[in-house]
Design a binder for this molecule. Sequence first.
Ligand SMILES: *[C@@H]1O[C@H](CO)[C@@H](O)[C@H](O)[C@H]1NC(C)=O
Ligand SMILES: *[C@@H]1O[C@H](CO)[C@@H](O)[C@H](O)[C@H]1NC(C)=O
Ligand SMILES: *[C@@H]1O[C@H](CO)[C@@H](O)[C@H](O)[C@H]1NC(C)=O
Length: 796
Amino acid sequence: MSEKIAYTPLGKETPRRKSSKLLKHLAVGALLVFAGYKAFSHISDDEPPINPKESILDTLKINLAGDWLKKYTSEPHLAGTNYGFVEWTAQKFEEYGFTLSIDEYEILVSYPHEQALHLLKSDEVVYTAPLKEDVLEDDKTTQGNDTIPTFLGYAANGNVTAEYIYVNYGTLEDFEKLNKLGVDVNGKIVIARYGAIFRGLKVKFAQEAGAIGILLYSDPGDDNGITPANGYKQYPDGPARQESSVQRGSVQFLGGVGATPGDPTTPGYPSKAGAEREDPHQSIGKIPALAISYREVKPILARLNGHGLKIKEKGWVGELEGFDYSTGPNEKFTLNLYNDQIFKITPLWNVYGEIEGDNKDEVIVIGNHRDAWIKGGAGDPNSGSAVLLEVARALGALKAAGYKFKRSIILQSFDGEEYGLLGSTEQGEYFAKSYQKNVVAYLNLDAAVVGKHIHFSALPTLNHILREAAKEIEYPEEGVGSVYDDWVEQHDGKVGILGSGSDYTVYLEHLGIPSADIGFGPTKGDKLIYHYHSNYDSYHWISKFADPGFVYHNLAAKYLSFLILGLSEHQVINFRLTEYASALKKYYDEATELVPKKWLKQEVTDEDSWDDLLNFDEDVEYINEASSGIYFDESPLPFVDLLKVQRTCHSGQVRGLLNTKHHKNATLHDLIEYTQRDFDRLHNTTVLFDQSTRDLQFQFDHRDSLNFWQKIKLHFRIKVQNKLLKYFERNFLHGKGLHERSWFKHIVFASGRKTGYAAQTLPGLKEAAEDGDFKRFVHWLGIVSRALKRANAQLA
Ligand SMILES: *[C@@H]1O[C@H](CO)[C@@H](O)[C@H](O)[C@H]1NC(C)=O
Ligand SMILES: *[C@@H]1O[C@H](CO)[C@@H](O)[C@H](O)[C@H]1NC(C)=O
Ligand SMILES: *[C@@H]1O[C@H](CO)[C@@H](O)[C@H](O)[C@H]1NC(C)=O
């Protein structure tokens, strides 16, 4: 209970004092002049003669990533188990000069106990799936008595027997299609192949369609042609998928309607000891589920040949030998699916390490999870954990040499990411206020190195920094050039859009903090299958197939260290907003293209609540809290009148346009055009704003030519600029959250409600259009328009 109070929902207690402003401003002003003078003299006179980039490259000439990977893959470390790894990670952070904390939460998880799968013909068992991956002589991780069973986290317990049906990927569209074609899944067990959407949503859609159990398997048709049928040998003799390999994973309803990430018993608030608990079934399923290998599913699916429908569309047919992809059922055969797991609320541990910078209220966070579904987990997440330790070592050496960082740097090793972003979500909820106040950017690792080519997904604000760092690092392969050159070659220089599926979710989508997700992976030319969440994601696999010599682990550590410098060491935070504004315009075009033609002429009335000033006030208060008093703060920084200016201009414009009481109402077409101008205006503003960011940094770099007062003035201009840059993202939060997904507060970036992982931009608008909900579309147009005005008023 008390923990719920610690997490006061933002925006409720906004102080607005109005006393003796002038005196106070003078006093604060004098103090700040002094502080500014000190800051500048410190920077210009005492700067130690250390070149941080040289120091980092020097430290990383020795490559210890393989040692760390060996350690992290030596024992099982499911969420909430292996406190030894917690202590070891903590000890490493400390050894490298980071201030340490271990942060404990009590979270619902499930551990495997017993599971079974039988194929029956009129009550007689004709096949029993072993539910085990093969032990391989070459791969030590697969041996021993401590491998983790093939199970699905949070899958409900149950013992069900029924006829079964092949449902392709088990997407919502797949279930809708089957329903339309008269294939009834009600009361059946369904079999879905992995791919297309997050596995937890397959379970959700199956359950909602009336299925009583679900099996998930990896179809060779989803292996990009790297299959035995095409002559590729299976692991460990070649790069193809080992036929007994099983993808474990969570079946939490991540990103689905009604669900929240994190502990399913504490939606939206931290699960510290003693927290109040709720029924978890908004976020986890009620039907049993198992994951199996393609070898195990073969004899089961082969029994469906010629039964039910054969859907001949391209997306419906995989490449499983001996199966003709009929839907079934075959009334002669049933499956018995038994799942028994131990559900319990148990301690999980995050480990944090901090190097304090000169500006303690400007923090760069880099995080990775520590828990894995399997004993190895060499790629996911331990390549990330190994890289994180190498980054710690490089930055630690820099600190030890006497270097003073401008901004604080915090490393985070999360527990329980695999079950549903548990450790990161709970801490994000617990530390919401201080993170929103202080964190400049969050960088996420995960499966950091499972191939040779860098890829990013990020907020457009960070694109520039991501590219700059990549240009500075040489690519290890002869003749390629820089990491940047390889990226352009392999990924066309495209930065992905963040959806969900890793620990950045709470930072970006709940708190509005600019985030990036970074890793090295295979591309199509590489002919390499990653055994995701299988026993074969092992030290042997990485060191033989994905990264012999740990060359790319070393590269990742260099890259991330440079990236951290790029974020922390510029006097003016090195964000660029123009790319953000351009991306917004593109997302808006996509959203308006979804609008049905007949909506355009439709009139918008007061009831459609576009001009919702009540909502406007609520959001301003919410964002004021989330951005450390940017609207109501009494500091001498020039934000004080922002709100007034905005409110007047906003309501004036809106009334002028709509004139709802006295004249004809505006049509949706009018509103779309009106909002288009908000996007254009923000774009124009960001062009100038980015120019001023560059100018200020330039002046700072040449500050020696400035006199005392010019220096003081520059100091304050940079302070204001940094505040605007730091809190820019918060403008895109909406206190009430997305439609039916209130935990997701970001109005531009979310995961798809039907996909779980994949990104959805401007979800309020796009979902309303998809649902054919005119009123909701209009409402979200208002929310978006106000956010753009808010951002524009701040920057202009
Ligand atoms: C597992 O194997 C280890 C070493 O081979 C042995 O010491 C331990 O007793 C075994 N545990 C069980 C539960 O069989
Ligand atoms: C599951 O239920 C069946 C009857 O439907 C029963 O024969 C079987 O023993 C049960 N399995 C387990 C593991 O309890
Ligand atoms: C943005 O700038 C362009 C080019 O300078 C100008 O034509 C346009 O009117 C501006 N748009 C808005 C909405 O201010």
